[in-house]
Design a protein around this ligand. Structure first.
Ligand code: C2E
Ligand code: CA
Ligand code: CA
Length: 283
């Protein structure tokens, strides 16, 4: 059934041996996930975000990691969809918010700088009526200014058109929390969302960045996206920047900030603090 649905519904699929293996792994992962928070198996990694003009570190994106004794390290691309299907993304997402803000407090204190922290929120988390209250409490517990938290959402959050999602996004914006449109350029990239919601940041998807500067279409699309975002008053961040030529092109196109392996892979809290210290010495 899952296979038929993922093929666009209204079709059928035969059950195969491979599917059986996939389903088994899925069930076993789900089983492991139930106790994973309690067993302290999750960890947040942080990937620095760099201002293109000054080359200063301006913040980081929190990316979840899961170290499991049975399966080893499981990638978020595999476990996040399972967490969403089971509803476990709600407590796991709360852990992410709390942990990311606690680390931000430490990072800001050590460096005496108002870094921002970007946190990914899944569409399912918006069904939780306590989401907004939870975020408010977490901000006040960690003593973080609302403008230093950035919430990254994809179009998936907006597509259902539910009024409670609309209301939550408006309330998030009213609080002064930043809103970032993740993976822009993939999916439908409906421009009406940019008009309807007060996004602060537009994040160009890495599939476009990988193509620059050699692929002319990618260059044109990145250029047009930056110009459009700027004329709407949004800040632009390019993700997946891996090379110097990519960075130079983005600089020429007035892209505001970048994130990617060229500067740093996502790192544990401890390693990010080390990185920041060395980076400051190097620049
Ligand atoms: P995303 O939000 O689009 O995150 C960017 C992904 O690109 C991350 O993968 C990051 O490690 C990777 N990346 C960053 N720079 C580069 C680069 O230069 N080159 C390449 N090839 N990749 C780069 P990651 O950490 O495996 O996360 C995958 C996805 O899982 C994320 O995509 C996000 O959708 C989801 N995810 C991760 N953490 C969370 C979370 O806490 N909550 C939710 N809801 N989703 C999360
Ligand atoms: Ca993201
Ligand atoms: Ca992304």
């Amino acid at each position: 059934m899952y296979q038929a649905k993922s093929l666009g519904r209204n079709t059928y699929s035969f059950f195969t041996k491979e599917m059986n293996t996939i389903m088994l792994r899925r069930f076993e992962i789900e089983e492991q996930m139930h106790g994973a928070l309690k067993r302290n198996e999750f960890e947040l990694y942080y990937q620095p975000q760099i201002d293109v003009k000054s080359t200063n570190i301006i913040g980081a994106e929190a990316l979840l990691r899961w170290h499991n004794p049975v399966f080893g390290d499981i990638t978020p691309d595999e476990f996040i969809p399972i967490a969403e299907q089971t509803g476990l993304i709600i407590p796991i997402g709360q852990y992410v918010i709390k942990q990311a803000l606690a680390f931000l407090n430490e990072w800001q204190r050590i460096d005496q700088k108002k870094y921002t922290m970007a946190v990914n929120l899944s569409p399912i988390q918006f069904r939780d009526l306590e989401l907004l209250g939870f975020i408010k409490n977490a901000l006040s517990d960690a003593q973080i200014d609302t403008c230093n938290l950035e919430i990254e959402i994809t179009e998936g959050v907006l597509m259902s058109g539910q009024s409670y999602i609309h209301d939550t996004l408006v309330a998030i914006n009213k609080l002064g929390i930043k809103l970032s449109m993740d993976d822009f350029g993939t999916g439908y990239s409906s421009l009406s969302y940019l008009r309807e919601y007060a996004f602060d940041v537009l994040k160009i998807d890495q599939s476009f960045i990988h193509g620059i500067p050699t692929n002319k279409s990618d260059c044109s699309l990145v250029k047009a996206t930056i110009a459009m975002a700027h004329s709407l008053g949004l800040t632009v961040i390019a993700e997946g920047v891996e090379t110097k030529p990519q960075l130079s092109l983005l600089e020429g196109l007035n892209c505001d900030s970048v994130q990617g392996y060229f500067f740093s892979k996502p790192k544990s809290a401890e390693k990010l603090l080390e990185f920041t210290e060395n980076y400051k010495r190097g620049t």
